[in-house]
Design a protein around this ligand. Structure first.
Ligand SMILES: Nc1ncnc2c1ncn2[C@@H]1O[C@H](COP(=O)(O)OP(=O)(O)OP(=O)(O)O)[C@@H](O)[C@H]1O
Ligand SMILES: [Mg+2]
Length: 264
C-alpha cells in the first residue's frame, strides 16, 4: 500500500513556540484516521500541513506521494478535499448551496463563472443528495443551520474527487440527531472502498464513524500514540491524552463512548 501522508519529524514553530513538535506519522491508502486531542493540541495545525496550506518549519512532509517544498501546491491541492470551520467563513453567504459546492470544482471560494459544465452540476447534485441536502439546493449558504452547513461543506470537499479527505470537527455544533445522521453518513463513506482516504479531527470518541480504522492522539504538539483504533483507543491512552481518568468502551455497533470516572 502506498503512503497517503508521511510526516517525518515535522515541527511547526510560530513566535518561538512549537505548535507541533517532531511529529512522525504515516497514513496508508485505505486507512481512515481520527485525530484526538485537547484544545490547542495541534490537530488543526496537522491538518493544515496535510492539506499543503502550511509548510513545516522542520522535518519532511509527503502528501499523496509529493514532497512539500518540491511540488507545486496548486497541482496538489485539488487532490485534497477539506471541510473545516475556517473554510465556512470564507465562502460567500449569498451563494446558493448548489453554487457553493459547484465552485469547488474550480478551486474557487466565489462563484465567478456561469458556464459550469452540466457534468459538474450533476456531480454537485449527487454529492448533496448523498449528504441529505437535496431539498436545500437553492437556499443561500449563509441561511443554513450549523448542521446543514457542515453537510454542504463535506459535499463541497468531495467535488474535486479528492484522493484525501480532511474533516476538521465535522460534527461540532450539531444536535444529537444531526450528529448521529452525520456519523452514519461518514460511516457509509468510510466503508466505501472507492471513497478517498479520510482523516477526521474530533473531540469526542462518540463521533468516530464506524469503519474508521486508526487513531492519532496528540497533546501539546506531540504524538502520544498512533495506530489501529482497537489497539490504541484505550482508557489509559485517552486518560493520558486528556489529562483525567476516563473509561473508553467500544460497543457492538462499532461505536465508541468515553466517560470520566465517578468521584469517590
Ligand atoms: N499562526 C499562529 N501563531 C501562533 N500560534 C498559533 C498559530 N496558529 C495556531 N497557534 C497556536 O497553536 C496551538 C495549536 O493550534 P491548533 O489550532 O492546531 O489546535 P487544535 O488542536 O486544532 O485545537 P482546537 O481543538 O481548539 O481546535 C494553539 O495553542 C494555537 O493558539
Ligand atoms: Mg482545531
Amino acid at each position: 500500500m502506498s503512503d497517503v501522508l508521511e510526516l517525518v519529524d515535522v515541527s511547526v514553530v510560530r513566535e518561538g513556540r512549537a505548535l507541533v513538535e517532531q511529529v512522525s506519522w504515516s497514513v496508508k491508502e485505505g486507512e481512515r484516521w481520527v485525530i484526538l486531542g485537547p484544545n490547542g493540541a495541534g490537530k488543526t495545525t496537522l491538518l493544515n500541513v496535510a492539506s499543503s496550506y502550511l509548510f513545516p518549519s522542520a522535518g519532511s512532509a509527503r502528501v499523496l506521494g509529493e514532497q512539500l517544498g518540491r511540488v507545486d501546491v496548486f497541482d496538489l491541492r485539488p487532490r485534497i478535499g477539506i471541510a473545516g470551520i475556517a473554510l465556512a467563513d470564507k465562502l460567500p453567504r449569498s451563494q446558493t448551496v448548489l453554487q457553493t459546492v459547484l465552485t469547488a470544482a474550480y478551486g474557487m471560494t466565489a462563484s465567478w463563472r456561469e458556464d459550469y459544465d452540466e457534468i459538474d452540476e450533476q456531480r454537485a447534485r449527487a454529492f448533496l443528495d448523498r449528504l441529505g441536502m437535496n431539498a436545500y439546493l437553492d437556499r443561500k449558504f449563509g441561511t443554513l443551520s450549523e448542521g446543514e452547513r457542515k453537510r454542504t461543506l463535506i459535499a463541497r470537499a468531495m467535488m474535486t474527487d479528492p484522493e484525501l479527505l480532511l474533516l476538521d470537527e465535522p460534527a461540532a455544533g450539531l444536535d444529537l440527531g444531526g450528529r448521529e445522521d452525520l456519523v452514519r453518513r461518514l460511516g457509509r463513506l468510510a466503508r466505501d472502498p472507492f471513497a478517498p482516504s479520510m482523516i477526521m479531527v474530533t473531540h469526542h470518541v462518540e463521533e468516530i464513524p464506524p469503519g474508521f480504522t486508526h487513531v492519532l492522539m496528540i497533546r501539546q504538539g506531540k504524538v502520544l500514540t498512533a495506530g489501529p483504533l482497537d489497539l490504541e483507543l484505550t482508557s489509559s491512552n485517552l486518560s493520558h491524552c486528556f489529562g483525567l481518568p476516563l473509561v473508553v468502551e467500544h460497543n457492538g455497533n462499532d461505536r465508541w463512548t468515553a466517560q470520566g470516572l465517578p468521584l469517590k
